[in-house]
Design a protein around this ligand. Structure first.
Ligand code: SF4
Length: 230
């Protein structure tokens, strides 16, 4: 399995090259960015994050601003009333826990401690915590979002029926991947899922990892829109 997984990771790397998905190196920036990404499109959460930073450039000001101002700034991303309150609660909690918003001291924490703490923050679940551990703290983890899960199953890295959410999903997918390649696999799997490995009618012609695909959908559809192949 390790050799096969290594080959898959290399092929995805060659095809997609770990594109920039707009994530942030600062932990607080990334926490808010990931929180804003809930239940909306990439374009919308990138716009709402940029609008929030433009309206209230300091996180300290976000927490003291009227919630309606935060809500208005992120309105384009949807669920603004809920997200505005969660963002203020998240920043307030960090300030109470650590007396400020510089989380650089956490860089020496173990991955398990980082995930455990971050997942207790308002609006941050296990997957969101894993994103912050990977993107902001530079650790070898694989956030399991819908694209990552679908690609991992279709490539036979984890069996169908593997839990899709939370710690069980992350343990299964991370153990299936070679050490050092986990965050890269996630980034490339998101790119692959968006570009061609769609939920319905994946674009399998020319797929860079087709040789490893075990999905029942593989080979059933044509890019030329001719429907199911014979
Ligand atoms: S062959 Fe098709 S279903 Fe399989 S990984 Fe590639 S795009 Fe996805």
């Amino acid at each position: 399995m390790t050799e096969r997984a290594t080959a898959i990771c290399r092929l995805l790397d060659a095809a997609y090259g770990r594109p920039d998905l707009g994530n942030h190196a600062d932990p607080v920036d990334e926490l808010v960015y990931i929180l804003l990404s809930t239940m909306t499109t990439e374009a919308n959460y990138q716009r709402s994050y940029a609008a929030l930073r433009a309206a209230l450039p300091r996180w300290e000001d976000v927490v003291t601003a009227p919630v309606e101002q935060v809500e208005a700034a992120i309105a384009v991303g949807g669920l603004a009333p809920t997200k505005a309150r969660l963002i203020q609660a998240l920043i307030g909690r960090l300030q109470r826990d650590w007396g400020g918003l510089d989380l650089g001291f956490m860089r020496v924490w173990a991955v398990s401690d980082l995930r455990r703490y971050l997942a207790t923050l308002p609006g941050i679940g296990y997957k969101a915590a894993t994103c912050v551990v990977g993107y902001a703290f530079g650790r070898d983890v694989c956030p399991v979002d819908t694209h990552t899960y679908r690609v991992a199953v279709r490539l036979g890295l984890v069996p169908p029926g593997t839990p899709e959410l939370g710690r069980p999903a992350h343990v299964a997918v991370e153990l299936s991947l070679p050490a050092g390649a986990r965050l890269g696999f996630h980034i490339n799997a998101v790119a692959h899922g968006r570009a061609r490995c769609h939920v319905a009618r994946p674009d399998c012609e020319g797929c860079p990892v087709a040789a490893h695909c075990v999905a029942p959908e593989h080979g059933r559809y044509s890019r030329r829109g001719q429907g199911e192949a014979e």
